[in-house]
Write a protein that binds this ligand. Structure first.
Ligand code: NAD
Length: 300
């Protein structure tokens, strides 16, 4: 029976560590600040944003939400981002996705100053992360998965990691982090057009699934002793829950748990780590801003 990798507990420990580092930075006169831009009234986005700013405040950082109307124009949104880019009290800026269809989300993300792009979606940060530059803001979900593997002492060197999904937000940055010197994994990336997916997933020492399809991975698709990281978040109707639904991942948790060595649950696995890494990135942004203030001319 697999050990459960408890993302909530790992996050709790990490947030205690981060709170101490925030206190030290505050003692030196800098309070890390995160501004979240939310367009429209999507209830799921509102809930995510509220939990992000709450988590900031709990750590002693400043968290503010700017809620813009659903029909805000591109120019108005850019003007808000320009203001935040120029505000020295704001170290991190996050634009909550998805944006309404009339807003070009790529152009919006590229409008953020790369030094404040704590989600790590700006091409400058994607490039820095790809070349292994420590100044990069690494997207929060892959960064959280790396932290989870490290803190759970799950070795990656020489292991075959199979990732299902090829998104820019999760899978591609994760592949590059895992294959870098240090983690030293052999990585296979699969996606919707991969033929015979099971022939790859069965080879995995570590299987990471980031697709968004309930039960995509069944027990016959994994080998005994595998470590499974389930990134998927799928809502399934559940009348016994007060919300009317519950969250499940992409893997058949109950069956795979009998075969695997370790597995992340949904909820309580990768999800909490994602917000924790957002806090870590905001702290990093504040530190880099202080360094730039104290040592003008230093790169980033
Ligand atoms: P995405 O929609 O951008 O990408 C999905 C990927 O799955 C694509 O690359 C596609 O090729 C692949 N895919 C689709 N069907 C497939 C199939 N049948 N076989 C193999 N591959 C297939 O998604 P994303 O943004 O990477 O998110 C993936 C999932 O992870 C979603 O459920 C999302 O909610 C979840 N997620 C969770 C967190 C978290 O913090 N826990 C963060 C980000 C995303």
């Amino acid at each position: 029976m697999a050990r459960i990798i408890d993302g909530t507990e790992i996050s709790r420990v990490m947030r205690e560590e981060l709170a101490k580092q925030v206190a030290e930075l505050r003692d030196s006169g800098v309070t890390p600040g995160l501004s979240v831009v939310l367009v429209g009234n999507n209830p799921a986005s509102q809930a995510y944003v509220a939990s992000k700013t709450r988590a900031c405040e709990a750590l002693g950082m400043k968290g503010q939400t700017l809620n813009l109307p659903e029909d805000v124009s591109k120019e108005e949104l850019f003007a808000v981002i320009d203001r935040l880019n120029a505000d020295p009290a704001v170290h991190g800026i996050l634009v909550q996705l998805p944006l309404p269809a009339h807003l070009p989300y790529k152009a919006v993300l590229e409008h953020l100053h790369p030094d404040k792009d704590v989600d790590g979606f700006h091409p400058v940060n994607a490039g820095l992360a790809f070349v292994g530059d420590p100044r990069a803001f690494v997207p929060c979900t892959p960064a959280g998965i790396m932290e989870m593997l490290r803190r759970e002492s799950i070795p990656t060197r020489g292991k075959h990691v199979v990732i299902v999904g090829r998104s820019l937000i999760v899978s591609k940055p994760l592949a590059s982090l895992l294959m870098a010197p240090g983690p030293d994994a052999t990585v296979t990336l699969t996606h919707r057009h991969t033929s015979d997916l099971a022939s790859y997933t069965r080879q995995a020492d570590i299987l990471i699934v980031a697709v968004g399809k309930q039960n995509l991975i069944t027990a016959d698709m994994v080998k005994p002793g595998v470590v499974v990281i389930d990134v998927g978040q799928n809502r399934v109707p559940d009348e016994s829950s007060p919300r009317g639904y519950r969250m499940v991942g992409d893997v058949d948790f109950d069956a795979i748990r009998l075969k695997a060595e370790a597995i992340t649950p949904v909820p309580g696995g990768v999800g909490p780590m994602t917000i924790t890494m957002l806090l870590a990135n905001t702290l990093q942004a504040a530190r880099q801003a202080r360094q730039a203030r104290d040592l003008p001319g230093s790169p980033r």
